[in-house]
Design a protein around this ligand. Sequence first.
Ligand code: PLP
Length: 834
Amino acid sequence: TVEASIPEQLREAWRKHSASEFTSKEQFEKELVRHIETTLARSLYNCDDNAAYSGTALAFRDRLIIEWNRTQQRQTFNDQKRVYYLSLEFLMGRALDNAMLNVGQKEAARDGLKDLGFRIEDVISQEHDAALGNGGLGRLAACFLDSLATLNYPAWGYGLRYRYGIFKQEIIDGYQVEIPDYWLDNNPWEFPRHDVTVDIQFYGTVRKTQDQNGKVQHLWENGEIVQAVAYDVPIPGYGTKTTNNLRLWSSKASTGEFDFQKFNAGDYESAVADQQRAETISAVLYPNDNLERGKELRLKQQYFWCAASLFDIVRRFKKTKRAWSEFPDQVAIQLNDTHPTLAIVEMQRILVDIEDLEWDEAWRIVTKTFGYTNHTVLPEALEKWSVPLMQNLLPRHLQIIYEINLFFLQYVERNFPNDRDLLTRVSIIEESHPKMVRMAYLAIIGSHKVNGVAELHSDLLKTTLFKDFVEIYGPDRFTNVTNGVTPRRWLHQANPELSALIAKKLGGHEFLTDLTLLDKLEAFVDDKEFRTEWAAIKSRNKVRLAQLIKETTGYTVNPDALFDVQVKRIHEYKRQQLNIFGVIHRYLTIKGMSAEEKKKVVPRVSIFGGKAAPGYWMAKTIIHLINKVADVVNKDPDVGDLLKVIFIPDYNVSKAEVICPASDISEHISTAGTEGSGTSNMKFVLNGGLIIGTCDGANIEITREISEQNIFLFGNLAEDVEELRHRHFYGEFQLDPQLAKVFDAIKSNMFGDAAHFSALTASIEEHGDYYLVSDDFNSYIAAHAVVDQEFQNQKEWIAKSIASVARMGFFSTDRVINEYADSIWNVEPLAVKD
Ligand code: PLP
């Protein structure tokens, strides 16, 4: 064994001096002061909140790294199957608070910091969010890492270490302005591994030769080499010794600092340019959510990250000296969307070109290893890469893709003879100009399981997008794993008071690792005192959000008003336009009321937040409209506190942690059939907010769990969408009369120059209303009227809130990860002994 390779005497010496972790306030203070004085070279006299943050983070980092080392040793000695989660995005947010809570030393830190003159909240808020993701897909990956560690699965995440994460959003004159998010200065959570590097090749040519035995070989030569350097981020589990690893790759030129030949020849600029070109690969996260643009640099990012990760995984496997046939018993690789699909091709290349396996044997290993998660049916989000682009950048991989396709089409032809249309439909290569590689098809063909992320979404995959593949492979390759969220961050960390109240009632915090235990709360729905405490916590969370609103927008809102929240990426399919049109409708209605009528109005604050992709004009127009409506409504004395409109700038994970616990109602109102799952819907309900939503994504399963009484559903169903669009196309479109009044108001320049918003209104009135805003408007307004009415009965409202939380047990990522482990990865947790 690996262990026996080190003499006992040596092991003993190491053990004796092995670092230990702090477990008390005093020990924490000692570590904190040591780091502030020596690592940071500060003193009592110049230690500000930021230095206190760095010192605290370093103290906790030490703890994590001790556990990290032990976990990695344990997993290596144990030598069982590991999971590798490949995701181009990890939307982690802040790490310190999470680390404190997961290792269970937050109170020691709070008290220790207080002794030294600091407030823990101020210290925590110094941290810059790690925002290496766009939205739901990236945040899901982050929640998965938390659950994998908490459940003791031997698992690694692999991603890219972007120098710039998702841009910071400022709102200037009502417009979104993007500011680069340089987040790496002062980041204590990563460990550069300058010894873990991989050379990655691009471009070049493929030469075909034969070896001594006459076997054909493909040599990929004369390419450009870029170096991948590993940076490791420790991922602590909650209440366990397991600390897993997230490995992020950073790019640099492989020839060292400069190409010295060029440098000596006086070509200084071009030597620096080469260096910069290499570093460009991991420089920036593409800021598109649910949209693929086919840019070469993006494909370079994808291959760079897949090739480095695969090399690393294979290197680790080879250390075990096992036969290749055992690879799928040791390794499960999950593809988060199609972004890492090239990993399938790279694996086949490694096995065939480098390790000399026969094609069929290699392919069996590959398909047993990979699983693919689809996140969307939106056509604009489905990845396709142009064949000429791929030919130039990755010539050998394109050959392998053609080969995979050939064998696949032969298989289809054998099983479905003489069906030319079928062959054209399912071919990995789309016969367009230029030809395109369809990445989702490649991912299906190269994986043993394909899953959607909510029941409706998985059903739609099987009946629409991937219908032919269900015919070809049978239904077993396709499955559903409904998304979830980690209750550690999204209940315990984001809403400490609610977590404490629940723990008091249930006799402990066990629900944080078994969320189904929440069902015991149902017994207290009629407990008056409990209801009062529950409502008081919601109220305090609303005050906290009101402060954030004041700080970020300057507006004062009344915390007793109904807080109505829609925060998520801005997208036509998510329909923030429906929401703001609804707000305008409410505004016009209030303006038309007598003083008597106004007394009956439930005061409301409509809160929006979310980023638009920088090139997505319609989304930016929606942001602009929301801000212009806010300008008018918020200073209209006819309305006063009855309606306020807020756009919180720069929505991110840290802000989500303040927003989610503070909603009375939140909006998940995508056109039916367009949202994969949604995860913020789960976060809001878990924090005692009710939701208004369409029958889409995981809203459907949330309804099933919490019951139809506890959710405000509206709108057309997925099964009717196609027919409605068809009718619009053939001119059978009538603008909803209430929406027409809203459009009249916009066109009267009530919210500034109507020309700014004409594309938005025209997309509905003139261009077919693809997202069915008009079709759903009436039912949306009616659902809000019911919300207003029910909110007035606070007793019932709180009862609904408690009953809903009690039934949210299903939506923990712990359940999700166990499902993946059982039905896709076939991996077992590794028990941890003290
Ligand atoms: N962005 C951030 C910062 C989040 O925290 C979340 C999830 O809570 C999302 C996006 C995804 O939101 P939704 O499921 O509403 O699209």
